[in-house]
Design a protein around this ligand. Structure first.
Ligand SMILES: Cc1cc2nc3c(=O)[nH]c(=O)nc-3n(C[C@H](O)[C@H](O)[C@H](O)COP(=O)(O)OP(=O)(O)OC[C@H]3O[C@@H](n4cnc5c(N)ncnc54)[C@H](O)[C@@H]3O)c2cc1C
Length: 373
């Protein structure tokens, strides 16, 4: 059995429990039991180097784990997606103690990039970091942080403390004095992902909590966060598509118009819709696989694929889950099938930074030879 197969075998019973809890989580409850189980199984440390106690696996393994969880529960998958994105920064720029805590399931990470000022333009934070002896004092109005009330620490962006540049990245403990979660999450979908605005007023952290050089946060965002987050966001989208195709096909095959003695699947229009959903989902799966190969082999089009895959994931999930709603009709409008949950959960990816429209602009610039920034 390959290491990835063994990881997925470990995940399977946890994913079954996550699916059983998905309706409850969708009522606005953070998936604490699922995160505890993933931590105990070592899966929160999936991508942490072996030398620091992790499983030392790559983005392909993280993608497979997130996709499987998304088939069970979008909210839980988004929490894990954000954890792996934060953990990637800590694995490359954080200390061994924090990496060990992640590997041992004692540290849940997330990204705190989006701000009230710069909105989805996460690469241009407006918030400040003021040097104060051996410390740094942070002030910010972060607009969305997944896992806001449950993370151990935030992987946080600000303007540079001293040096020139777009930004600097910090590790900010959630319990630091001066941090406050402004409001509980109450959104359309991903209702258990605890994605709230967080205010920082005079938050003092050790200067040693910096992740990467001062003023070089943009390099960390582009080199580490973007490939990880874009691939894993697409993995969430793929899991939602796979769940919707499976749920829709089962509903169409098993639902009868008794007066005619036929099933929904006997209708050619229904079959054609399901065929389009399946093809779009498989195309996303194939592009995701190619993106992972491009990154693993250092292919020249790796960054183009990174830009494409999140846009493809977000848009495919919108299309496939909307088709699922139509095919399953009134049954999808209620909660029993889970199709409406996937439909609501799928709305997030296209507006999460980098948004689909920003990605289209970047992709257009890349293929016409213009600089991205
Ligand atoms: C469920 C959820 C969880 C999230 N979790 C996190 C998290 O953990 N950490 C974090 O940092 N952020 C998180 N975010 C925030 C997210 O990444 C975005 O910052 C946020 O959704 C941006 O919203 P906005 O509409 O205010 O952006 P705006 O910038 O106001 O965008 C509004 C619209 O304008 C379009 N637009 C903006 N700029 C351009 C452009 N240059 N070209 C073309 N179109 C453009 C956008 O595509 C969008 O359609 C989360 C968001 C959601 C929905």
């Amino acid at each position: 059995m390959s290491t990835l197969d063994s990881v997925l075998a470990t995940l399977e019973p946890i994913a079954t429990d996550i699916a059983a809890q998905a309706g409850h989580v969708d009522q606005g409850h953070f998936p604490t039991a699922a995160i505890d189980a993933l931590g105990k199984a070592g899966l929160l440390g999936l991508t942490i180097p072996v030398a620091n106690g992790g499983l030392g696996l790559g983005l392909d393994a993280a993608s497979a784990v997130v996709e499987r969880i998304a088939r069970a529960c979008g909210s839980t998958a988004m929490v894990v997606c954000m954890h792996y994105a934060g953990a990637a920064v800590i694995a490359t720029h954080g200390n061994a103690t924090t990496q060990r805590a992640i590997a041992e399931g004692r540290h849940l990470s997330t990204l705190a990039f989006s701000e009230a000022g710069s909105r989805s333009h996460f690469w241009a934070p407006m918030s400040s970091a003021r040097p104060d002896g051996d410390n740094v004092v942070l002030d910010a109005a972060k607009s969305w942080i997944t896992t806001a009330s449950h993370a151990t620490a935030y992987v946080w962006s600000s303007r540079p403390a001293v040096d020139e540049g777009f930004s600097t990245i910090w590790l900010v403990p959630r319990t630091a004095a001066g941090l406050s979660v402004v409001a509980p999450y109450d959104g359309l979908g991903l209702r258990g992902n605890d994605s709230s605005p967080v205010r920082a007023e005079g938050v003092t952290i050790p200067a040693g909590n910096r992740l990467g050089p001062d003023g070089k946060g943009f390099d960390v965002m582009m080199g580490v966060v973007l490939p990880t987050f874009n691939v894993l966001s697409a993995s969430v989208s793929l899991g939602l598509c796979n769940a919707t195709v499976a749920g829709t096909a089962a509903h169409a095959a098993g639902t009868r118009h008794e007066q005619a003695g036929t099933s929904l699947a006997d209708l050619p229009t229904i079959r054609a819709s399901i065929a389009r959903m399946k093809m779009r989902t498989d195309m996303l799966h194939t592009l995701l696989g190619d993106t992972l190969v491009a990154l693993a082999t250092g292919r020249a089009d790796g960054m183009l694929r990174v830009l494409e895959i999140k846009a493809a994931g977000g848009e495919t999930a919108l299309e496939v889950t909307a088709a699922g709603m139509r095919v399953c009709g009134g049954a999808a409008y209620r909660k029993e099938l889970g199709v409406e949950r996937s439909f609501r959960d799928a709305q997030a990816a296209s507006v999460m930074g980098p948004t689909t429209d920003v990605l289209y602009d970047f992709i257009g610039k890349a293929v016409t030879g213009l600089p991205l920034f």
